[in-house]
Design a protein. Structure first.
Length: 280
């Protein structure tokens, strides 16, 4: 794999691995046994500011180049990426080693329609894509299982986080008590104005809003993706001390992150990536 990573690094022209600094979890890094990271928006990297998304009108060749470089910076072979077709729902898919590369290079078939993906196999790297919706990486170091979650408000209220944890338990026997969770950059509560349908949907889950996920300021409603998903994690048995939050808002800090709300629908996407191909 190291030869492949070195090859990918050589494909990026005048850039080097030291030019890139993926966001990483202190919890995961301290525990070891996993490779991971969240890519960034880098305005100085042209032509697409380090975007990793293939959807039109984005440059697919450039996006693949950046996927290779970002993956190499994490010690991951980009050819092992497995990328779901995100539908803003609560579906969860199990990814096996034979599916490595599904959705990796341009033209390859996405691994599944799902907003949560899980694997217990080495040799496959899960990746979800984001531009305001919350990225969450999960790692069970004892059972050796990882997951990646894409959670906008729809995925959140329909239970993608809960479904991911419960699938990890039912398929891989992962006790939530061992799960480490990294909540990556997402649009913050102050920036995420929503309609009354979000308040209604959340009230069915948390009638008293004990999570403090809904904020009303006059006629304006806002939703806190981090607070809502953190509540799901804790309710399903993840220990509070095992939850790490990045603290970044994609809109407030749009110089570092792609933001649909802040930059418009044609902006790029950043990726949240995790693999059991870690440096041991």
């Amino acid at each position: 794999m190291s030869t492949t990573i070195e090859r990918d690094a050589a494909l990026v022209g005048d850039m080097t691995l030291t030019n890139l600094s993926p966001l990483q979890s202190a919890l995961f890094t301290k525990t070891g046994g996993v490779a991971h990271g969240v890519t960034r928006r880098i305005p100085d990297v042209q032509p697409a500011e380090a975007n990793i998304s293939y959807t039109a009108p984005r440059d697919r060749v450039e996006a693949w180049r950046m996927r290779q470089l970002w993956s190499a910076s994490m010690g991951i072979d980009a050819q092992t990426l497995a990328v779901p077709y995100q539908v803003h729902g609560s579906g969860v898919a199990i990814v096996r080693r034979r599916q490595a590369g599904s959705g990796a290079a341009p033209g390859s078939k996405l691994v599944a329609k799902a907003d949560g993906v899980i694997t217990g196999d080495e040799g496959v790297a899960l990746m979800t894509t984001h531009a305001d919706c919350l990225p969450m990486l999960l790692y069970a170091p004892e059972t050796r299982v990882v997951a990646a979650v894409h959670a906008g408000w729809r995925s959140t209220v329909t239970g993608v986080t809960r479904n991911t944890l419960r699938t990890m338990y039912s398929v891989f026997h992962v006790d939530p008590d061992e799960v480490l969770a990294f909540i990556g950059p997402a649009i913050c509560r102050a920036c995420y104005e929503v309609g009354p349908e979000v308040e209604r949907a959340w009230s069915l889950i948390d009638p008293s809003d004990s999570a403090g996920a809904i904020v009303r300021t006059g006629d304006r409603l806002s939703f806190d993706l981090v607070a809502a998903n953190r509540q799901f994690l804790i309710a399903d048995g993840v220990q509070p001390e095992n939850i790490e939050e990045s603290g970044f808002c994609t809109r407030c800090q749009g110089d570092q992150w792609f933001s649909h709300r802040g930059q418009g629908p044609l902006t790029g996407r950043f990726g949240a990536i995790i693999s059991l191909n870690g440096r041991y």
